[in-house]
Design a binder for this molecule. Structure first.
Ligand SMILES: CC(C)(COP(=O)(O)OP(=O)(O)OC[C@H]1O[C@@H](n2cnc3c(N)ncnc32)[C@H](O)[C@@H]1OP(=O)(O)O)[C@@H](O)C(=O)NCCC(=O)NCCS
Length: 162
């Protein structure tokens, strides 16, 4: 398979922009298709994410169809940290650089907001996501047992932004 540069620009038919309220049905559809067979976010999660994440909630648009999304937010502990809460791309549009571009854009949002490192959690059985984030510079830093419930371990991945 031909490998593409994850920093390469997307084909011009794709546009990444901030999510709007009217996009949410499309986002919910992407989530259902991307995470088919797994626990999905309830629809109201996306409404609330839109309320609090602002520019950290991005979608990928292809001829007015929502084909991908990424949600990120800041958290202030000892340091200001960025969280990527979820990323999904419609199966028919995967491997074209959309996920990489969405991630790069939410990282830009987080960096502008003063964040120095971004973290996220991945299902240890989700080899695609582990590979995807590793390729974008994320490292596995720890594993949380039963993080989302019984036998729902998650791997914490981290990338320094500066
Ligand atoms: C993970 C996901 C968001 C990637 O989106 P995408 O638009 O396909 O990503 P990109 O095209 O930018 O892929 C970049 C690289 O990630 C890796 N990758 C992506 N999909 C892969 C797959 N199915 N198998 C192996 N590697 C894969 C590859 O290295 C790829 O580069 P390449 O195509 O040049 O080999 C998408 O596969 C998805 O929605 N998966 C289901 C939901 C999910 O697991 N989300 C992440 C956890 S929150």
């Amino acid at each position: 398979m031909k490998h593409h540069d994850p920093t390469a620009p997307l084909p011009p038919e794709y546009r990444i922009r901030q999510c709007r309220r009217e996009d949410l049905f499309g986002v919910i559809h992407v989530d259902a298709m991307a995470f088919a067979g797994h626990d999905l976010f309830p629809g109201f999660f996306f409404v609330q994410a839109l309320d609090i994440c602002g520019d950290g909630f991005l979608i990928a648009d292809f001829h007015n169809e929502i084909v991908g999304y990424a949600i990120a937010a800041r958290r202030q502990d000892e340091v200001l940290q960025g969280w990527i809460l979820s990323t999904g791309v419609l199966p028919d549009h995967q491997r074209r650089g959309i996920g990489s571009n969405l991630t790069a854009q939410v990282e830009l949002f987080l960096a502008r907001a003063g964040v120095s490192a971004t973290v996220l959690t991945v299902d240890p059985e989700n080899a695609t996501a582990l590979r995807f984030y590793q390729r974008l510079g994320y490292e596995q830093v720890s594993r949380f047992p039963d993080h989302f419930g019984e036998r729902e371990d998650r791997i914490l991945m981290k990338r320094r932004l500066n």
